[in-house]
Structure formats: C-alpha cells, structure tokens
Design a protein around this ligand. Structure first.
Ligand code: GYE
Length: 351
C-alpha cells in the first residue's frame, strides 16, 4: 500500500497504525462503537487507503453541532488534522451529552490513540474519565471550553477562548454606550439569553458580564434564561421573556444563533433593535451573518469568539511530538465589533 507523504513526526509510544484501525473497524462492522466515525483517508491520487505508521492518531470528542460557531470549529480541526498534515483523525459528535463524550473518550483509550482532544459540553464531572486517559498515558487537550478539575495534571493543555473576558467586554461596551447616550444614570432593564447551563462558555460570559453589572446599581437584571446556544431555543425564550416583561431595554444573547432566534421573536412582536430609542442587542461569536447585522445597525455589538483553533491545535501537538515546551493555556485572539469597525472584517469571515 502507498505510504503517504508525511512530516515524519510520529514518535509516540502508543502510535496506532491507520491500517490497524481500518482492520478493527472492518471486524466491528465499520463502527468500533456507537457514534464513532473515522475520517476518510485519501492519497494524493484520490484512492482511499488506510496505511501509515507515522500518522499521529487523534480522537476528537466534539460536543455537538448546535451553532454556526460549532460547525466552524469542527471544520477548523478537521482541516488542520488532515492526513495530508500527518494526522489520523477519529471524530465523534456527542450531541450535547456528556455521557456520550465519556463513551467516546473511553473508545479512544481502548484504540490507544496518540492524543485525545475534547470540547467539553459542561465543566464538571471529568475527573474519572480523564484519570483513565492519564493512566493509559494518553495526553488530553481541551479545546474551546474549559473544565473544572481538582487535579490540573489530568489535562495537558487548554486551547480556547477567555469566556470571562468576553462577558466583561460586553459589559464594558454597555457602560460606554450608556455614557455616550447620556443615560448612564437611568434605570435600565436587562435580560440575558444564556447558553448551555454548566458550560464554561455560559458560566464565563455570565460572570464576566455580571462583574461589570455589579458596579451599577441601576442595571436591573430582569431575567436570565437558558437558550441552549440554539436559534430555536433563543426564539422560544425571547418570546417568553417578551410576554413576561414589557420594559426590557437590553437583550444579551450569549451567542449569535440565539440572537438570530431572538430577532425572529422580536420581529414577530414588531419590536426593533439597534437604533436610537430601540432595544439594545448584544451578542457573541462574530459570525458573518451577525457581523452583517452589526453593519446594518440591528445588533449593537458582537463580541468575537474565535472558532479557528485547528492550526494552533496541530502546532501544539507537533510541539508535544518534538518534545518542545508548551503552555498550559492558549487563548485565541478576539475582537469587539460595532458599526464603527465591523465592515472591514465581513468579507473574510469563514463562519
Ligand atoms: O459561543 C457557541 C457555541 O463554546 C464558545 O459554543 C463556544 C460556544 C459558542 O455553540 O456558539
């Protein structure tokens, strides 16, 4: 069989050949365990093969596919950890269930992959399964969301976003907006559509925004409700909040998909956002569609959350392979988009 053109960086003790994985999958009816799929392996001439001793095998437990951001993150990892780049990627979509993530991680351990990458759906509950990975000698890399574990040696490194800083950026933007509008001293009523309860994205953004809100006695937090990071739930939740409160001034959506859903509910109720005297809409992620709405003056501010972490992930794995020192935490670069600066960023957005 043809050996792929590789960088020659596979030295790990637990190296598993792609051929071996192929045979295992065939024996198990193509799916080693439920929910696990294996990326296609293509040679340059387009024929499929599964043979290479020096591919670095990576099991990737993605938490789901709830948002535009998540799809971009998955694509970024798949593109960076391609066979052409020297990787054999085993991808599993946990569909928002931590239990499914545990199952996937245990499957990766039994396949003796070289690395395990996890986007953890929620923060708590990881200690046992990560101890199993540690005992098997497989480095675990956390991607995007953080976890809370007592023993930090249970993971090798975290590559993701500073959710607390994102929440604080939203709060600081609101502070200066109210100043500029000359209404900093007035009572303002805020509702928050939160993402998945117990996720570090929800917890960090809530805390960061809350820290700024706590400086202002006149910021009334009317309600915080779970919109699960999805457009459908965002719409449903916004509709309910509009029914409950007739005096909402500020709507904070912890991601763009929920903001799109909220806008549907607001439109149906004939309520406008973004302009003078209209409700203020704050969102997170910075998807192309949301940036266009910032440009049109429908979303007031969008706090960027950068999903393109695949290249950094592949660089960190290469460093680990080469025995180079690595950091415990890598934060992605992120911006704050308003009508004033957004236009130059829209064209190049890949999500
Ligand atoms: O904001 C949201 C997604 O964890 C930062 O998860 C991520 C969040 C992102 O589904 O759209």
């Amino acid at each position: 069989m043809e050996i792929l053109n590789l960088r020659g960086i596979g030295k790990s003790k637990y190296k598993v050949t792609a051929l071996f994985m192929g045979i295992v999958m065939l024996l198990c009816g193509c799916r080693p365990f439920s929910g696990l799929t294996v990326s296609d392996v293509n040679t340059e001439d387009g024929t499929e093969t599964m043979s290479n001793d020096s591919l670095i095998s990576v099991g990737f437990s993605q938490l789901g596919s709830e948002s535009t951001w998540r799809s971009a993150n998955t694509e970024s990892v798949k593109a960076a950890l391609s066979t052409g780049n020297g990787f054999f990627l085993i991808f599993d979509n946990a569909r928002q269930k931590q239990e499914k993530q545990f199952k996937a991680v245990r499957g990766f351990i039994s396949q003796r992959v070289d690395y395990i990458v996890i986007c953890p759906v929620i923060q708590d509950g990881w200690d046992v399964v990560l101890s199993e990975a540690k005992d098997a000698g497989i480095p675990v890399i956390l991607l995007d969301r953080y976890i809370s574990v007592a023993d930090e040696s249970l993971y090798t490194t975290f590559i993701g976003e500073d959710m607390y800083a994102e929440g604080a950026s939203a709060g600081k933007w609101l502070e200066s907006y109210l100043e500029e509008e000359g209404i900093a001293g007035e009572d303002i009523n805020i509702v928050v559509l939160e993402g998945t309860s117990g996720s570090s994205a929800q917890a960090g953004r809530t805390k960061g925004f809350g820290a700024i809100a706590a400086r202002h006695m006149n910021w009334n937090m009317l309600a915080s409700a779970n919109g699960e990071f999805t457009q459908a739930k965002g719409k449903e939740t916004m509709a309910r909040l509009l029914h409950e409160f007739d005096d909402i001034d500020i709507i904070v959506c912890q991601n763009d998909d929920m903001a799109f859903g909220a806008l549907e509910a607001l439109n149906e109720a004939g309520i406008k956002t973004g302009g003078k005297g209209e409700k203020v809409l704050i969102s997170f992620d910075g998807t192309k569609q949301a940036l266009e709405l910032v440009e049109q003056g429908v979303i007031n501010v969008d706090i960027e959350c950068n999903p393109n972490s695949g290249d950094l992930l592949s660089k960190v794995i290469s460093d680990l392979e080469d025995g180079n020192p690595i950091e415990k935490t890598y934060y992605m670069d992120e911006k704050v988009f308003t009508k004033e600066n957004v236009s130059e960023y829209i064209e190049d957005r890949n999500y």
